[in-house]
Design a protein around this ligand. Sequence first.
Ligand SMILES: [Cu+2]
Length: 265
Amino acid sequence: MALDIVLHINKGELDFGGSAVSICAFNETETLDSKNAIIELEIDELLNLTVINNDSLTHDFTIDGVILADNDIAGYSQETFQLSFDELGAWRFYSSVSYGEYIGATGIINVGLTEETCFFWNLFDLNKELTYDLASAELEYIPSMYLPELFFINGDHFPNTLEDEDALVSVELGDTCYITIVNGGNMDHVMHFHGFHAEIVSAQVASDRVGWSKDTVPIKKGEAVVLQLVANLEGIYPVHDHNLIAVTNTGFYPGGMITQIHVGQ
Ligand SMILES: [Cu+2]
């Protein structure tokens, strides 16, 4: 069994709350969307991936610990990759160049959960002004005095997160679901669940935490974790970044990395 997927690397400007920012993303079409692609695979399923680079600059297709070399995609060209994963988990794929990774080019590969109810939180932070120089490669690093002002889950911020069926956890009482969280941003994040503890079932960076059941889950830069959540309480519960700067939109609360868990019956 094999899955054929085509991804486009798109770069350009998008408007967030009246301000344009430069963004790079892996999308399923050649239209730039700040929400990166999510790929769901079975364990041992072969992924035949074609990556089309619509940027003039060279990008790459990187997965920490999996694909680190021979992965360049020259400007306005395409490459193919074949890969499979032999265990349940989530992986972050990204373009490791500064004008890719630092401005949002991170997607998610979820493995072994295609029969389950899954949600996805792709975390990203950025500073509006920096994005222009990063996108043009005039700036090639994140300055130590980094002051992000936009905080995204799946390429958008609260309250828009509630309109995203991958970001809003909507389940029935008694359901078990899985939440994959990837941090493609430029700082660490930490998600706080109200009402629930979630069990870490897979983690690429802090793998020693597998099996922990927590209401607050640190998500380091570059991390990809899978959480199992059992919806044993009815109602509506917030989930948010515990770093309170990250629950704002350009300084205004509430915004940023907030979503909700809806449990009905
Ligand atoms: Cu809280």
